[in-house]
Design a protein around this ligand. Structure first.
Ligand code: NDP
Ligand code: N5H
Length: 257
């Protein structure tokens, strides 16, 4: 079996900058020979993303604006991708958002607004994007999303995002069940803490990283590259029998009690 991604096209959603997990995924897919399509939330990110992608040698990428809070935007984006490239072979969904005030203090204080916003962007978007992308995966394909341990158990301060990740995990499984008959597999990567723009400004992130270095079986944190290579596995035929699965790329931290 040939595990090169030559001749295959993948959509990567959620590159904000070079630290983004989505960027680690893009680099792994690029290394494997894939053609890449990038989407970003607003025009503001067009130039930075294009500048970053210009560093990928020989990559003939395409770029689209896509705010996942709008079904119309999602549908229009994938309609345009269909017109421009025809078939795609997979998608990496690396998108989440919650209000800052909902990522501290007590979960019980989460507002209705904040709860709905976090779920809208971080969980429902996977439904919307998968529905729009599936018809483009006429040769079968893979969808990968990014989750975190805080959706499986209580992690201090993760709060509403933990509840949204629990929803995302279940969403991934229901989508895997629906899309399997079309040859489309849907999986999640549960990444250990990585310093990204989203993680920035989050109180005591250093303490969280230090705890991983002290306690995780591998005694170190993980990198964007390690998450990227697992996404490559999940988006390639190497994982052809795997769907509805959550793979922890977290130095083994999740096995600890
Ligand atoms: P980044 O800040 O690099 O990426 C977050 C992305 O979400 C940004 O690119 C942002 O797009 C995008 N986004 C937010 N709102 C919208 C929207 N309405 N429409 C489209 N895109 C939107 O952080 P990460 O790489 O850390 O995050 C990627 C994923 O990984 C998230 O799901 C996160 O929960 C998950 N994760 C992260 C971990 C970590 O420790 N960093 C650990 C486990 C999981 P834009 O920049 O264009 O606004
Ligand atoms: C237990 C923790 C630490 C506490 C919680 C952190 C949660 C982070 C996730 C969300 C996605 C962060 C977020 O929405 C930040 C925004 O309010 C403000 N930032 C932005 O608007 C920037 C500019 C844009 C690019 O960000 C987004 N998201 O659009 C969890 C950590 C140990 C692990 C972690 C950091 C998990 C995760 O899900 O990201």
């Amino acid at each position: 079996m040939n595990f090169s991604l030559e001749g295959r096209t993948y959509v990567v959603m959620g590159v904000a900058n070079k630290r983004s997990i989505a960027w680690g995924i893009a680099r792994s897919l690029h290394e494997a020979g894939a053609r890449l399509i990038f989407t970003y939330a607003s025009e503001r990110f067009e130039k930075p993303v294009k500048d970053l992608v210009s560093t990928l040698e020989g990559q003939d990428a395409l770029f689209y604006e896509c705010d996942v809070t709008s079904d119309e935007a999602v549908t229009a984006t994938f309609d345009q991708i269909k017109q421009d490239v025809g078939t795609i072979h997979g998608l990496a969904h690396c998108i989440a958002f919650a209000k800052k005030e909902d990522l501290q203090g007590e979960f019980v204080d989460t507002s209705r607004d904040g709860y709905l916003l976090a779920h809208n962007i971080s969980a429902y978007s996977l439904v919307s994007v998968s529905r729009a992308a599936q018809p483009l995966m006429s040769e079968g394909g893979g969808i990968v999303t990014l989750t975190y341990l805080g959706g499986e158990r209580v992690v201090q301060n993760y709060n509403v995002m933990g509840v949204a990740k629990a929803s995302l995990d279940a969403t991934m499984k229901y989508l895997a069940n629906d899309l399997g008959k079309h040859g489309v597999r849907v999986n999640a990567i549960s990444a250990g803490p990585i310093r990204t723009l989203s993680a920035k400004g989050v109180g005591d992130f250093n303490t969280i990283l230090k705890q991983i270095e002290e306690k995780a079986p591998l005694r170190r944190t993980v990198t964007q590259e390690e998450v990227g290579d697992t996404a490559y596995y999940l988006l390639s035929d190497l994982s052809r029998g795997v769907t509805g699965e959550i793979i922890h790329v977290d130095s083994g931290y999740s096995i600890l009690g």
